[in-house]
Design a protein around this ligand. Sequence first.
Ligand code: BTN
Length: 322
Amino acid sequence: MLKNEVLYALEQKKGDVMTGGELAERFGVSRTAIWKAIHTLKADGNEIITVPNVGYRLLPTNDTLSSKVISDKLTTDFIGRSLTLLPSANSTNQYLKEMDTSNLPDGHVVIANGQENGRGRYGRSFISPLGEGIYMSILLTPKSAWHSIRLMTVCAAVAVSRAVENICGVRADIKWVNDIFLNGKKLCGILTEAVMSGELGEIDTVIVGIGINTGSVPDEVRNIATSVKDETGLYGIRNSLIAEVLNQFETVYCDYVDKEKMRDILNYYDSRLFIKGREVLVNNYHNKYVAKVVGVDENAALIVTTQSGDEEHITSGEIQLQ
Ligand code: BTN
């Protein structure tokens, strides 16, 4: 469609002016056709400025999702090479869980501009307003029993932390096991879900769901959550950040079957574990107790010392900062 081509062309020169004639010639259409496409793009909410007698400029803050722009920035072999972009979804994880994924390739990614019923761990919700975050799910068909849900979540956390640091230039901390924090507030949550095969009860596919706040943070979570925009002032980076998360994820995901490389991944994870040395409330659903965080072991279990001095390796449940 012409409007998508025009948006893509403007995106390539984001911040610079392109003339109507230049665009018309590029797509072999009249200037009037370009003018109409620009009009529709503006009506769709794109931040395009018409510079009188000169041309059109896409503002650097424009944050429209584009599968073409994302694909251009991918360096992966398979993660994100097949991609579905939705204006809105109930939940991108649920979307994949409910569909027949047998025809979808390993590494297929679903991205939504907003979610009506974004889901977090333990049945919590993940508030996902339109245009204010990255809401995406990666479909994986793990080939080895080595692949554990917890380690895949760790891979995703490392990928998001590295991507945020590369694209936004800020240190992105990790809270075991699935949260990314910026300056003490939650930026991103990860929900990894296994889909079991009916007959054999084996893991059929794994869905890694990633939610990152990029724009305005909803009032109801403002005291505990933050966003890229709030912490860095950056806006208009969703396409770049999505691509970088996928690039980083593929590297980490391919590396982690190699025990040596897994050590490096866990070392990175450990270096960003900002709860180290701090007292936390461990809630493993059998009991709750206060303990001090030591680090993570080779299986990404959280090592803590209890108040009676015992060392424990926590593999499930969650922790709350004291
Ligand atoms: C958490 O904080 O407990 C996890 C939040 C995970 C949110 C992401 S957004 C994309 C995907 N779809 C969902 O419904 N949830 C995950």
